[in-house]
Design a protein around this ligand. Structure first.
Ligand SMILES: O=C1O[C@H](COP(=O)(O)O)[C@@H](O)[C@H](O)[C@H]1O
Length: 230
């Protein structure tokens, strides 16, 4: 079962989560000389990443990558890479090595093999995988109803190309096995709507219905959840 961290506001949750991430990255650098962090996109991680970049860390020994990416140009407003570059990779934190998920390939399916090779070269397990969750229970870009969902939940590959059934843009996503090949999974949720989805996921049921269950209903890797009421 996840360990829950409850906060009244998103700002308080973000500050606490950023401090926890910084502590783990610092310990990883001290222990292994390198730290790895995979972050989600969307709206939720922005305040966490902005707080994290201000932390005094040996950023040159930190590898930052993505949990998922939309197949859009890196300067698109929808790009998760752009989010990370604008919020986290600033100041001293710009010394971190960023491993993108978007290539120049024509689409996500053509791009996946090169991304898979880049991810195979990372030091696994990742120290932290920071997940978000959509209102439909998707996490990373593992969407309920997607044609690629079963493969994303079962494949031993680290990455998969996905076409979401409703959301825009083809995606590149970590698979469930890659998400769980980590030392620590964090999940960030905010607001009553997402809390209701989270509670439903936690109550049990098929992963295919609410893919966030892949992280919540497992005992392979510790999962901590930061929950903000607003
Ligand atoms: O499309 C995506 O959605 C989820 C949730 O995003 P949020 O804006 O509701 O926080 C996110 O975790 C994922 O990385 C992103 O690509």
């Amino acid at each position: 079962m996840p360990t829950e961290h409850l906060f009244a506001t998103g700002a308080e949750a973000a500050a606490d989560l950023a401090a926890r991430i910084a502590s783990i990255l610092s310990q990883a650098v001290a222990a292994r000389g390198i730290a790895t962090l995979a972050v989600s996109g969307g709206r939720s991680p922005r305040p966490v990443l902005e707080a994290l970049r201000q932390v005094d860390l040996d950023w040159g020994k930190v590898v930052v990558t993505l949990v998922d990416e939309r197949w859009v140009a890196p300067d698109s407003a929808d790009s998760n890479e752009r989010l990370v570059r604008e919020t986290l990779l600033q100041g001293a934190a710009a010394q971190a090595r960023f491993v993108p998920m978007k290539t120049d390939a024509a689409d996500a399916y053509a791009g996946q093999p090169a991304v898979e090779a880049a991810f195979a070269a990372l030091p696994w397990p990742l120290d932290i995988v920071l997940l978000g969750m959509g209102d439909d229970g998707h996490t990373a870009s593992l969407f309920p109803g997607a044609a690629e969902l079963a493969e994303g939940l079962s494949s031993s590959a680290r990455t998969i190309a996905v076409t979401p059934p409703a959301a825009p843009h083809q995606r590149l996503s970590l698979t469930a096995s890659a998400i769980l090949d980590s030392r620590q999974v964090f999940l960030q949720i905010g607001g009553a709507g997402k809390k209701a989805v989270y509670d439903r996921a936690l109550a049990g049921g098929p992963v295919e219905e609410l893919p966030i269950r892949l992280a919540l209903l497992q005992d392979q890797v510790p999962v901590d959840v930061w929950i903000a009421q607003s």
